[in-house]
Design a protein around this ligand. Sequence first.
Ligand code: ATP
Ligand code: MG
Length: 332
Amino acid sequence: RPRVLSGIQPTAGSFHLGNYLGAVRQWVALQETHDAFYMVVDLHAITIPQDPAELRANTRLAAAQLLAAGLDPERCTLFVQSHVPEHAQLAWIMNCLTGFGEASRMTQFKDKSAKQGADRASVGLFTYPILQVADILLYQANEVPVGEDQRQHIELTRDLAERFNGRFGATFTVPKPYILKETAKIYDLQDPAIKMSKSASTPKGLINLLDEPKATAKKVKSAVTDTDTVIRYDAENKPGVSNLLTIYSTLTGTGIAELEQKYDGKGYGALKTDLAEVMVEFVTPFRERTQQYLDDPETLDSILAKGAEKARAVAAETLSQAYDKVGFLPAK
Ligand code: ATP
Ligand code: MG
């Protein structure tokens, strides 16, 4: 079985619709066909200041949501990044292989540091993509299921894997991004020019899966569309409507063309009312299942402990090969 690896940050509590449609939904599907490793990336979370108690709670909350979304610990390896120390260890080696200019070209750092104020941004935020390189290479992943915003980081991962292999001999699998075209980028409901994001969206533009279903329905109904009334998929000229059609189509398994036909001549109100209902039907059981996992933290922690053990077996093997190739003296 080919291997996949991906991660999600335990920031902001709830996952949003972009996280689910762009990434987590694919994770659930891939556990059937791939040897799948999924993690809650708490090391990445602290690149931005976090309250310790909140970080701990959000880490459990992220794991609970992943299980609620359909990850099955019998069919995939689910773990917390900080439980596997090899991530930080391999990241150091990767830091030393990355050019300063090369790291400076990462657009996500530019966006996120600009928002914080350039001198407030941590060095950790700057090297975040290099930690991500280590995350992926440790598991010899063939594919990395992510949203479009991560494409540049997967490119960097490929470059560094090839660089290491070229310099020290074949060690790492060179991974490919696994990005589904239809859901690669879910847009902010109020500003369809930007991606829906934990850190960049306004509350009205962001669908948090754990919000009150009624609040979610309201956000869908007040989504920005455009001034004509035609329901047609046209990402360039009708980004708001197209985004709603994408969401509707993915959550219900109905083709876009079929939706266009169904709403022909009906106007945006009808589309939004129905989509609001679809959303409520999706988030209501999701919230309940998440709460069930949170109500039983012992079971949750034991799932994560087992996951960490499985992950560590793979990560330790890869790290020891990398240490040896680099020329570190083995500890006796
Ligand atoms: P931040 O804005 O703080 O980076 P985020 O909203 O991007 O947060 P992450 O935890 O960084 O959330 O991303 C988790 C996964 O969700 C990644 O694979 C990312 O590509 C994907 N993702 C995030 N936002 C979207 C979106 N709007 N559309 C599709 N995929 C997305
Ligand atoms: Mg992100």
